[in-house]
Write a protein that binds this ligand. Structure first.
Ligand code: TYM
Length: 356
């Protein structure tokens, strides 16, 4: 009976360009986790096509964005030799397991998903079934590898809870068969219940124009976010124009309460510098925003400039990026295929005869 080794799975959607929220909320932690875990990092192209085509941009844009997101992973420090980097659609198990999970997840569970409600808005009858089913595919992504840890930003917390519910229900529903086939792990069942890893001082990076709104790819204003591909001048302009309030920075964290824009910029500085918010405030507390913004521009350009340059270098050779994705898909499939075979046996699907 195999124990669950610590295994990380996480992913990002290839829709438009990654931003500072993706970087600080997730990518920085992904890089760090390579030291302690087996890591699988996916470009979730099947998730990307769930909104309307105007949103995801169509086939040419999807191909471009898939390569760009893979390049961002590598440029930020994910090592494609040590970790697995691939795009979701290359490993068929994601769609297969999602189908099985469609029969495990309950309608009531999906009806509670706040991200769906936000994304669907008032036009609910007109959104794709895929958008509604999105969290089920996400559960399949994670559990296809029996991943135990999932580093994400705060906005994914509810999806991770759903993933745990699906794993638990599958383990319960099929407990007898799992026991009979001996594919479980002691009392734990077949699937582990994965832990969300929501870490660091910037788990929810907010818009630079409105500290109460999440920094997002879908915000109409490009000044609301810093893209990983922005050049130094653009970064400087966006930070200088970022909304603030008229007071000086506080010296302690409790002074940030009720000041969402100040809190956000301090969180960004802390995330980029690897310090805590308290350390940032002990350095800049009492000072005006203008001085702090100058330091934040310098830090952002120093941290993000090399990432953008490395992304440009990698994207100049798309064939190389595709080869990395293809190699990653082979390695991901080698982990997924036996797990998917077990799932099919557990459910009772008759296997295809092996060619002799
Ligand atoms: P996506 O593509 O929206 O975002 C990718 C990652 O970036 C984090 N993030 C943020 N963190 C802090 N502040 C923000 N403003 C911010 N915006 C985005 C997200 O939390 C995420 O970690 N459903 C996922 C993709 C996915 C996935 C998975 C993740 C599909 N399958 C399996 C983990 C495991 C998503 O839409 O991420």
């Amino acid at each position: 009976m195999a124990a669950f080794l610590p295994r990380v799975f996480s992913g990002m959607q290839p829709t438009s360009t990654l931003h500072l929220g993706n970087y600080l909320g997730a990518l920085v932690n992904w890089v760090a986790m390579q030291e302690t875990h087996d890591c699988i990092y996916c470009v979730v192209d099947m998730h990307a096509i769930t909104p309307s085509m105007e949103v995801w941009g169509g086939p040419v844009e999807l191909t471009r964005a898939t390569r760009e997101v893979a390049a961002a992973y590598i440029a930020a420090g994910v090592d494609p030799k040590r970790s697995i980097i691939f795009n979701q659609s290359q490993v068929t198990g994601h769609a297969e397991l999602a189908w099985v999970f469609n029969t495990v997840a309950r309608l009531g569970w999906l009806n509670r998903m706040t991200q769906f409600k936000e994304k669907a808005g008032k036009d609910r009858e007109n959104v794709s079934v895929g958008l509604y089913d999105y969290p089920v595919l996400m559960a399949a992504d994670i559990l296809l590898y029996k991943a135990t840890h999932v580093p994400v930003g705060e906005d994914q917390k509810q999806h991770l809870e759903l993933t745990r519910d699906i794993a638990q229900k599958f383990n319960n529903d099929f407990a007898e068969q799992i026991e009979k086939l001996g594919t479980g792990t002691g009392d734990l069942g077949f699937f582990p219940l994965p832990e969300p890893m929501i870490q660091g001082p910037a788990t929810r990076v907010m818009s630079l124009r409105d500290g109460t709104k999440k920094m997002s790819k879908s915000d109409a204003s490009d000044f609301s976010r810093i893209n990983l591909t922005d050049d130094a001048d653009t970064i400087a302009q966006k930070i200088r124009k970022a909304k603030t309030d008229p007071e000086a920075l506080p010296s302690e964290e409790k002074g940030l309460e009720g000041r969402p824009e100040a809190e956000n910029l301090v969180g960004i500085y802390a995330g980029l510098s690897g310090a805590t918010r308290a350390q940032v405030l002990s350095q800049f507390g009492g000072g005006q925003f203008s001085g702090f913004k100058g330091a934040l521009v310098d830090l952002s350009v120093a941290k993000l400039g090399p990432i953008a340059a490395e992304m440009r270098r990698l994207l100049a050779d798309p064939g190389h990026v595709d080869a990395i994705l293809s190699d990653g898909a082979d390695r991901a499939d080698a982990i997924a295929a036996p797990i998917m075979r077990d799932v099919k046996d557990i459910v009772g699907f008759v296997r295809r005869r092996q060619a002799s």
